[in-house]
Ligand binder design. Sequence first.
Ligand code: AMP
Ligand code: GLY
Length: 423
Amino acid sequence: MKIMVVGGGGREHAIIKKLKENKSVTEIYALPGNGGMHADAVCVPIGAKDIPAIVDFAKGNEIDYAVVAPDDPLVLGCVDELEKAGIPCFGPRANAAIIEGSKVFSKNLMKKYGIPTAKYEVFSNDAEALSYLEKAPIPTVIKADGLALGKGVIIAATREEAYDAVKSIMTDKKFGNSGNSIVVEEFLTGPEVSVLAFTDGKTVKPMVSSMDHKRAKDGDKGLNTGGMGTVAPNPYYTADIADECMKKIFMPTIEAMKKEGREFHGCLYFGLMITKDGPKVIEYNCRFGDPETQVVLPLLESDLLTVMQSTTNGTLDSCEVRFSDKHACCVVVASDGYPEKYESGFEIEIPDEIKPSVYVAGAKYENGKLYSSSGRVLGAVGVADTLESAISEAYKKAEKIKLKNAFYRKDIGKKALMAKTGE
Ligand code: AMP
Ligand code: GLY
């Protein structure tokens, strides 16, 4: 089978490596992929948002199955266009990807169907938002409606910060049309859990839970990033909480989308906060998370391609989705300065023995050598029987990678370990 994966980061590298375990997969193309994947896929220089070129490539190369991984092409209708060309796909159509593409849509959906989430107001006029904020409880959370490269959420600790957030998103249009409307939301507290779930629009099968580490520096200090590391499973996600989430959040969301005529196929990501009033939805993503995928897929024992195809065909109900009971930890190695200004182009040396568990997020491959080309460069993953040894495995691998002008957090998994021992 010829498979095409749209996207080019560490998440896509993890998906590609897992797909390759299926013996019927003969070729994998990554659009655009990155140089760090050269041993696992044929990288094709077509951008993930260039939908006409993606469709042309798929038709011209007789692609049997396409996996559309990032949010942008999903929201822009990449799956719809590929399906029109007769190519079966993993991922939601645009009318379902809106669950991530519009926060106003997802908040209204949760309100309509009684799915637990933070209380909120929607504004499409900056003066009205500013006037509401004069009396709103502080801290408050301001969210741009549309996609904003993961930067459209501002936690305002003071009223001034809230006003500034409205001005930058709505008045100055920092995120373009994504800021035409905003959600102003109640500030919740509690541990966060990421749950990725396979769904064919009727059945939902959650994957092992995980915990992201979004801040750049140790101790959850520094700026928000795309994610500096992950562990799975997440110790805060107990069996009781998982049951409650299934009943109050996962199934109601799948059924709500179906009732709205927006049947969701693919991977639905539930960003949850375990509050004192129970689990609540912080956000939905219409795709696999990054770097959650790098710890979740190594624990998947079932065949990924078979599971993905069952979400496309509507047969997930009878498809086995089994995870090992091991633990995984991913340590992201990033360029110095990330998530702000950083330099790239430095040589990366990855010893052969750890290559199977290193997922490259941004690199160029030139004359047999690999060079860094992005902020987050790669993730080193450890899998072991205990969380403690998974963390130490991941760090041993991260230490073996030679890359100048790079850093990684030294405390990935520390909070999870403390939660475990505190139990
Ligand atoms: P999002 O991009 O929606 O994942 O938001 C980014 C981060 O902002 C989340 O992972 C939370 O840490 C935080 N956040 C979002 N919404 C809230 C909320 N209502 N209360 C507290 N923190 C929030
Ligand atoms: N790690 C968070 C995300 O993929 O959005």
